[in-house]
Design a protein around this ligand. Sequence first.
Ligand SMILES: [Zn+2]
Ligand SMILES: [Zn+2]
Length: 114
Amino acid sequence: MVNQSQKEDPRFWDKWEKSGASKRDCPDCGVKPGQPHKESCDIEPCSVCGGHFLMCNCEGHDKKFAKWNGFWPGKREAAGRGIDLNTFYEKGLNKKHFIKPKDQTQGGINESGS
Ligand SMILES: [Zn+2]
Ligand SMILES: [Zn+2]
């Protein structure tokens, strides 16, 4: 029997990260690092609002942008700033990291003439 509560336990993730463990499959939908999450994955971040896509279902969500990278979304970014995941969300950093930047290809930067 699988211990379902394991993925909910933040200590499990802390331990996992502190042990320097390498990338792992998504604990919810089981995809490999670099793969987009499967449908109704609990962990997939929304690329539109920065929340959980499972709950917001925003239109225009980019599954490729929100793909599983082998680490819990925000955990490493938070750790890199010396804060925990709650603070990460409190500061709105999830919006900065999870929301896909607007397409900037239009408007043309290379207008160097001729
Ligand atoms: Zn997933
Ligand atoms: Zn959303």
